[in-house]
Design a protein around this ligand. Structure first.
Ligand code: NAD
Length: 281
């Protein structure tokens, strides 16, 4: 069994991005810029935004964090995004989710200029992904694809079971896998017999938010298991969606939590922002 080390891979990617950023500054006088909007005081969201801002600094990006109170109106957020859309210093715009209940998330994501949509959530980019065209792709599934590449895991013809079908994780993950010629099964909360699907899969990619959902009897010998889940349990520690201790014994490759997919997500956000900045050149 081999551990897929997302932490060290993400550090390697960040070093490459820092070099490319320096090069872009020297050759074109362009500094990639990321703007993040955060609404309210959700502690997890604040942590994620803090990590994103810190990573931007590490690689030499310009970054701004626009903090808004929970009581902000939808129109005020829309106006802020419109200003960011036309700000030439900003290459990427990210709205930290979830947004408060009185805000229409689809409307907010839909106003972001698709050429600055570094989270890949805009319907324009989702459509391009599904049709196999170059686009901004959601950072978490993109990070998983980088892991497959780094560890020489071929996807062509493989049976892959994606567990979880959200717009930000499961659906773009399934599209990327399909584009890589895998045979993809997408499962979710209404799937009748989850084990029947996971136990046949060469590769399982799970992102649902349920600790230890994937148990050893649901995984075939030699399978590759990618755990996207991040769950804080009672003792305060972070765990994924996989019963790592028991499942790992059956796997050929497995990602840990923490230190697996999580750090890759931020690395891909930086990669998408750099891609946008290069397109401005
Ligand atoms: P979500 O709530 O939007 O979607 C959850 C999906 O899982 C849904 O499709 C639902 O049908 C499915 N699901 C729920 N319970 C299930 C069950 N018992 N069996 C099968 N399917 C089930 O969540 P999300 O935003 O997609 O996030 C999912 C998980 O991934 C969370 O733990 C989140 O913290 C984590 N996440 C991690 C990263 C990262 O960077 N590693 C990024 C985004 C999300």
């Amino acid at each position: 069994m081999q551990i897929i080390d997302g932490k060290s891979l993400s550090q390697k990617i960040k070093r490459d991005i820092a070099k490319e950023t320096q090069n872009l500054k020297e050759t074109s006088n362009i500094v990639p810029g990321l703007a993040v909007i955060i609404v309210g005081d959700d502690p997890a969201s604040r942590t994620y935004v803090g990590m994103k801002a810190k990573s931007c600094k590490e690689v030499g990006f310009y970054s701004i964090v626009h903090e808004m109170p929970e009581t902000i109106t939808q129109d005020e957020i829309l106006e802020t995004i419109k200003m960011m859309n036309t700000n030439p210093r900003i290459d990427g715009i990210l709205v930290q989710l979830p947004l408060p209940k009185h805000i229409d998330t689809d409307k907010i994501l839909g106003i972001i200029d698709p050429t600055k949509d570094v989270d890949g959530f805009h319907a324009y980019n989702v459509g391009k992904l599904v049709t196999g065209l170059d686009s901004f792709v959601a950072c978490t599934p993109l990070g998983v694809m980088e892991m497959f590449k780094e560890y020489n895991i071929s996807l062509e013809g493989k049976d892959v079971c994606v567990v979880g079908a959200s717009n930000i994780v499961g659906k773009p993950m399934a599209s990327l896998l399909l584009n890589a010629n895998a045979t993809v099964t997408i499962t979710h909360i209404f799937t009748k017999d989850l084990k029947a699907h996971t136990s046949k899969a060469d590769i399982i990619v799970v992102g649902v938010g349920v600790p230890k959902l994937i148990k050893e009897d649901m995984v075939k010998d030699g399978a590759i298991v990618i755990d996207i889940g991040i769950n804080r349990i009672e003792d305060g520690s972070l765990v994924g969606d996989v019963d790592f201790e028991n499942v790992s014994k059956k796997c050929s490759f497995i990602t840990p939590v923490p230190g697996g997919v999580g750090p890759m997500t931020i690395a891909m956000l930086l990669k998408n922002t750099l891609k946008s900045a290069i397109a401005r050149d």
